[in-house]
Design a protein around this ligand. Structure first.
Ligand SMILES: [Zn+2]
Length: 253
């Protein structure tokens, strides 16, 4: 993992802006993983991918994560402040290619979902995904072998799988890849409500990079206007040096 320079990250931001979120995640990882092929990165399990994104996030912006959310009961806005280590889950580090569960008469063998799967099953309208349909689509890609009473079943029949088997597979996937499902315990000082909130490193990091890039471009604009320097010269400076020059022209953040 190698944090990209400001100029490199700005190029990734520009190219990835119009892409779906799964592609944005891979483009960020590719920029931070010289030598790793796109295919290898796309085949990382979602938890492994998120673990690397968390390391990249720490290299870019530090160990403290700040965000805003609202209480699901009273709608009060809350500030969340957590450390990377709070959401880094030390899971099963063995690289098991295939997992298996037994549920009733069924034995299922399957692999963990990866970015290719997420891209393939992404619907046109991701704002309101149908959870059951999403799980069925994921299963149809990740299921490798299915036996019922010892007899091999057709894999395209994942529609008819018993809910207990689907639950057992989902539980095993979560156990084997815990970083794919990070939950932060939160409590509301106003109403006393306590709940678990899902933390998605991809959208969190992307919105930080989006803010960073827009701020950086404003800095480039201010410094180029004041001193006539080129964009590449300004981007090659350290963030501290840019801030010092901005202070000199009374334009520091
Ligand atoms: Zn509340």
């Amino acid at each position: 993992m190698q944090a990209p320079s400001a100029a490199e990250l700005l190029v990734v931001w520009e190219r990835a802006r119009a892409q779906p979120m799964t592609t944005q995640a891979l483009m960020l990882l590719a920029a931070a993983s010289p030598g790793a092929s796109w295919e290898d990165l796309a085949k990382l399990s979602v938890g492994r991918r998120d673990e690397r994104l968390l390391v990249l996030r720490e290299a870019l912006f530090g160990a403290r994560l700040l965000g805003l959310t609202s209480c699901p009961r009273c709608r009060q806005q809350l500030e969340i402040g957590i450390q990377s280590t709070d959401i880094h889950i030390d899971g099963d580090q063995s690289d098991r290619e295939l997992l298996s569960v037994t549920s009733g008469a069924y034995v299922a063998r399957f692999r963990l979902p990866n970015s290719e799967d997420l891209s393939a099953i992404a619907g046109r309208d991701d704002r309101q995904p149908d959870e059951a349909a999403t799980i069925r689509k994921l299963l149809s890609r990740c299921l490798v072998e299915l036996r019922r009473n010892g007899r091999r079943q057709r894999l395209d029949s994942s529609h008819g799988l018993p809910p207990a088997l689907i639950e057992a597979i989902a539980a095993e996937m979560e156990k084997a890849d815990p970083q794919a499902n990070v939950q932060i315990p939160l409590d509301c000082a106003d109403c006393g409500n306590r709940w678990l909130s899902a933390f998605d490193i991809v959208s969190f990091l992307w919105s930080e990079i989006d803010n960073w890039a827009k701020r950086l471009l404003r800095e480039v604009c201010a410094l180029a206007s004041a001193f006539g320097w080129s964009e590449s010269d300004i981007l090659a400076m350290s963030a501290q040096r840019r801030q010092l020059y901005l202070q000199m022209i009374g334009d520091a953040a």
